[in-house]
Design a binder for this molecule. Structure first.
Ligand code: UTP
Length: 322
């Protein structure tokens, strides 16, 4: 391990790594030819919400970890002079602003994973770009509501406490097998009350009856660069993939001087997951309902739809069956 990796970080992380190289099997067949991160959520691809979240937290340097067939993701953040001139010439100012919004969000960089060998392996591809600084990792298919900032708190906790920070969500105990489950204790030294805990250990996707807690590790991390050396020696784990959770377990047992120590920030805000079908449907309804330009009309329709859906004869009369 190089000595720069061992120095405690002084500043907040400045770079975001967004792994988007996964196979996206839970959204098939939609994700067969289109990356799941490009699937539309109301009026923009899921990945744009994720990059907006990074930019909102001051992370203007974004590294996408991509793979074959993922080119549309980086294209989405380029400017498109032909399209922009056409919109400008026809006076479509609102559309022009919406097109430009994605290209002005962040400096986008790209590195390829080559083969989807797991989230830990994807994160390890960021080593050269990140160097010896702490950095944030945002998964490309879920995002948090801008009214409930999480990443900002995580970046502060990491800058104050060093080591690494994960986001934790209390989930229904029977769903914990979909996540990494954390073993935690109170962290009075963090001075932020019950929302910041110390992570002692973690288990990737445990069977429900063996889960150590119902605190799920969700898709936001701020990692000490010591994680790269740990990932180098992390063997494939659950599902034959190199798991970031396994590397976090090792970081949790390492000393602060070695870049170890893991804190968890318990998130109690609104979160949207677009990587699985039911969650994707829920995200569209929640975000659509909140939109200034669509919400009122959409909710009026939705209320009527739900009412008539439960009364099939009414449904036929009202034309919803069409
Ligand atoms: P997921 O667990 O959602 O995996 O990965 P996935 O393969 O994309 O989707 P499913 O489970 O088959 O439906 C979480 C994030 O990590 C990325 C994914 O692109 C996603 O944003 N990832 C995962 C990689 O970049 N590389 C990998 O090898 C695995």
């Amino acid at each position: 391990m190089s000595s720069s990796v061992l120095e405690p970080p002084i500043h907040r992380a400045r770079k975001a790594v967004i792994p988007v190289a996964g196979l996206g099997t839970r959204l098939l067949p939609a994700s067969k030819a289109i990356p799941k991160e490009m699937i539309t959520v109301v009026d923009r691809p899921a990945i744009q919400y994720v990059v907006e979240e990074a930019a909102e937290a001051g992370l203007s340097d974004v590294l996408l970890v991509t793979n074959r067939g993922k080119g549309a993701i980086s294209d989405h953040f380029d400017s498109v002079p032909d399209l922009e001139s056409a919109l400008e010439a026809s006076g479509k100012d609102a559309l022009l602003a919406s097109v430009r919004a994605s290209s002005g969000l962040a400096h986008i960089h790209e590195v390829r994973q080559g083969e989807a060998k797991g989230l830990g392996h994807a994160v390890n591809q960021a080593r050269d770009h990140v160097g010896g600084e702490p950095f944030a990792v945002l998964l490309g298919d879920d995002f948090n509501d801008p009214r409930d900032p999480l990443l900002d708190t995580m970046l502060d906790v990491q800058a104050e406490r060093g080591g690494s920070v994960v986001a934790l969500l209390e989930v229904e105990p029977e769903t914990i097998s979909l996540y990494g489950a954390a073993v935690v204790e109170e962290a009075p030294e963090a001075g932020r009350g019950a929302d910041v805990v110390r992570v002692l250990s973690a288990v990737e996707k445990p069977p429900v009856q063996e889960a150590p807690s119902n605190l799920a590790i969700i898709g936001r991390y701020v990692l000490h660069p010591a994680v790269f050396d740990v990932l180098d020696r992390t063997e494939p784990g659950k599902g034959g993939e190199i798991q970031l959770t396994d590397a976090l377990m090792e970081l949790a047992t390492m000393s602060t001087q070695e870049g170890g120590g893991v804190h968890g920030v318990v998130f109690r805000g609104r979160r949207y997951d677009t990587g699985a079908k039911l969650d994707y449907l829920k995200a569209i309804v929640q975000l659509g309902a909140d939109r200034d330009d669509l919400g009122v009309e959409f909710m009026a329709w939705l209320r009527e739809f739900v009412q008539t859906y439960e009364e099939p004869s009414e449904r036929l009369r009202s034309g919803f069956a069409d």
